[in-house]
Design a protein around this ligand. Structure first.
Ligand code: SAH
Length: 225
């Protein structure tokens, strides 16, 4: 279960986080649960040292290994599209800094997250354990999902895919939602939500444009064409 960590936090940071939540509301994030979650996760825990003034800016930021911590708006937007209920079983592909996983945990869901870069996973794991000791982290190619733990109520991909990975749709429960940025170019995607209906039918909805780092792996940009 998510617990707010016992950290010493300056009034400055706490105030900046409140302002960020207000900014997200103005940019169209309307779910009270999502705004609440964004307001309780200390983003500084997932942020590189010495860049304090960037922590609560609504922007992505480099975290090493050519990867980024997602922009808060993007984190909130994807979380809102997932339509989560307390207790849902949720798979995230691309743990990265761990920030999005923490926001999911703060939504009261059970989080499984897969990361392909072992050093990033190790760093994220240290922080996430302090917030939620039930988060389950895995090292590997998340484009194939996590068959051993399927099915999921929701799957969130936080890297840009060339197309929707079939493996991920197959690992949704009926009624389950896959939220994934998809685009022909590695750096420009449309946000998509695919809902698995009864009888293996799916419904696809397409939302706005985003820029994510590429999804690697067998059903990502490393697929054999
Ligand atoms: N959710 C992250 C953002 C991560 S950026 C956050 O909140 O900070 C995307 C991440 O996806 C990177 O860490 C990248 O290494 C990872 N990634 C890319 N392809 C992957 C794959 N096939 N399986 C698992 N992780 C992948």
């Amino acid at each position: 279960m998510f617990t707010i960590p016992d950290i010493q936090e300056s009034h400055l940071l706490a105030g900046q986080r409140r302002k960020l939540v207000e900014e997200l509301r103005q940019k169209g994030i309307s779910s009270p649960e999502v705004l609440r979650a964004m307001g309780v996760v200390p983003r500084q825990l997932f942020f590189p040292r010495d860049f304090e003034k960037f922590i609560y800016r609504d922007a992505a930021f480099p975290i090493g290994h050519d990867q980024t911590i997602s922009q808060p708006y993007t984190v909130a937007y994807q979380t809102q599209l997932l339509q989560l209920s307390t207790g849902d079983k949720v798979l995230e592909i691309g743990t990265g800094s761990g920030y999005q996983a923490a926001v999911l945990s703060a939504m009261g869901v059970r989080v499984f997250s897969v990361e392909v870069l072992a050093p990033l996973l190790k760093e994220a794991s240290g922080v996430l354990k302090k917030l939620d000791n039930e988060i389950q982290l895995f090292h590997g190619d998340g484009s194939l999902g996590l068959p051993a733990h399927a099915p999921f109520d929701a799957i969130l991909v936080t890297a840009g895919a060339p197309e929707v990975p079939k493996s991920l749709i197959n690992q949704l429960k009926p009624g389950g939602r896959l939220v994934i940025p998809v685009g022909e170019k590695p750096d420009n995607q449309r946000m998509m939500r695919i809902t698995r209906l009864a009888g293996n039918q799916t419904r696809t909805e397409v939302f706005g444009q985003f820029r994510f780092v590429p999804l690697r792996g067998k059903e990502g940009w490393d697929a054999e064409k």
